[in-house]
Design a protein around this ligand. Structure first.
Ligand SMILES: NC(=O)c1ccc[n+]([C@@H]2O[C@H](COP(=O)([O-])OP(=O)(O)OC[C@H]3O[C@@H](n4cnc5c(N)ncnc54)[C@H](OP(=O)(O)O)[C@@H]3O)[C@@H](O)[C@H]2O)c1
Length: 336
């Protein structure tokens, strides 16, 4: 069914009381453009994608989304329908990731969004709208992690690098990107079935999560990794830091395991390792644009079709449930 241009479909999450318990239930609803928040640019969203933060928003996490009903979706790619600013022309293809999209601003799980002009990045030549969401916030974050590692001097001949949560969104793009850049990549995963997937992305070896997630009784372990990308936090990140080689760097961007970090200062003061914090949400627009250009050009991933799969609204709830349960593999693109 085609809706008139002022009406569109959106996936709304509502708060419901059932048997004295609060539940968060998502469903497709028809909405009006006039119900969207104010903003300079109205977009026809072609694709969005599923990120861990969307699963938190859709399940009532107040640290992500304060008020319901709400439309999640921290990513969106599509074409400009209307613009109040001269530099953004109707018909142009753009990407929106991060800022407040899908958190407390109606997000990309909808056929229309309205956002401030400074949230937009032009779709770079070399990427389709689908490709941009196959990468999405997860891909941008992986690229940011890799760039920080490179800026801190990590080079392929320094030795083995590790990616944790490797079969997830950030992890799978990080594995593919590091392998593409010539690193010897080792992938740590909780999924025994993900071996072949990770080898296809370029991982040299696959480690079970149990190799890293036990609390360690020693402040330092054998030096193993020249660098790492960690999405897990907690005991896994602590174990990575304890086994990073002298002078090595670890990019920390996630907390799927735990927000805690049970580690001593010894890896830092006896091995001089660098712990690099990564935030993709509020980075400067110029920096974002440069990363998207890299991902469309010299960092383009030939394996991206192996990483991403496409779903419609009817599979969205299952996709989010899988993300929250740590069962998701690769990236999920939502077709609008
Ligand atoms: N800093 C930023 O700007 C930024 C941006 C994007 C995402 N993030 C964060 O990065 C993390 C990953 O996001 P994502 O979108 O890639 O999520 P995702 O697709 O769900 O991937 C997370 C992966 O982590 C592993 N995992 C899940 N639960 C775990 C647990 N309890 N203990 C250890 N490992 C577990 C699983 O991979 P395996 O089965 O392969 O181990 C899972 O597939 C999240 O914490 C997210 O908030 C941060």
């Amino acid at each position: 069914m085609t809706l008139p241009s002022t009406r569109f479909k959106a996936w709304r999450v509502e708060e419901q009381q059932v048997d004295g318990k609060t539940r968060y239930v998502g469903r497709v609803m028809e909405r009006q453009v006039s119900e969207l928040p104010p903003g300079e640019v109205l977009l026809r969203v072609r694709y969005s994608s599923l990120n861990y933060k969307d699963a938190l928003s859709a399940s009532g996490n107040r640290g992500v989304t304060r008020q319901y009903p709400h439309t999640p979706g921290i990513d969106a790619a599509g074409e400009v329908l209307h613009s109040d600013v001269p530099e953004i022309t109707p018909g142009s293809h753009v990407i929106v990731t991060g800022y407040d999209l899908g958190m407390n601003t109606d997000g990309g799980f909808a056929q229309r969004i309205r956002v401030p002009a400074q949230w937009l990045v032009p779709l770079p030549e070399g990427l389709s709208l689908f490709d941009s969401m196959a990468l999405g916030t997860a891909g941008l974050t992986a690229a940011l992690c890799v760039r920080k590692l490179l800026q801190n001097g990590l080079r392929p001949d320094d030795g083995d690098v590790l990616v944790t949560g490797a079969s997830g969104g950030v992890g799978s793009v990080a594995v593919a990107l590091l392998a593409r850049l010539g690193f010897s990549v080792h992938a740590c995963t909780g999924k025994s079935a993900a071996q072949e997937f990770l080898h296809t992305l370029g991982a040299r070896s696959v480690l079970p999560r149990t190799a890293l997630d036990a609390p360690a009784d020693r402040p330092l372990l054998k030096e193993r990794w020249a660098g790492a990308v960690d999405v897990v936090g907690g005991d896994v990140l602590a174990s990575v830091l304890r086994s990073t080689r002298a002078g090595g760097s670890v990019a920390c961007c996630g907390l799927v395991g735990s927000p805690d970090l049970p580690v001593t200062v010894f890896p830092f003061i006896l091995r001089g390792i660098n712990l690099l914090g990564v935030d993709s949400v509020n980075i400067a627009r110029a920096e974002k644009q440069a990363l998207w250009h890299a991902l469309a050009g010299e960092w383009r991933l030939p394996v991206l079709p192996h990483i991403a799969h496409e779903i419609g609204f009817e599979q969205l709830q299952q996709g989010l449930d899988d993300l929250l349960a740590g069962k998701s593999t690769g990236r999920t693109v939502l077709r609008l």
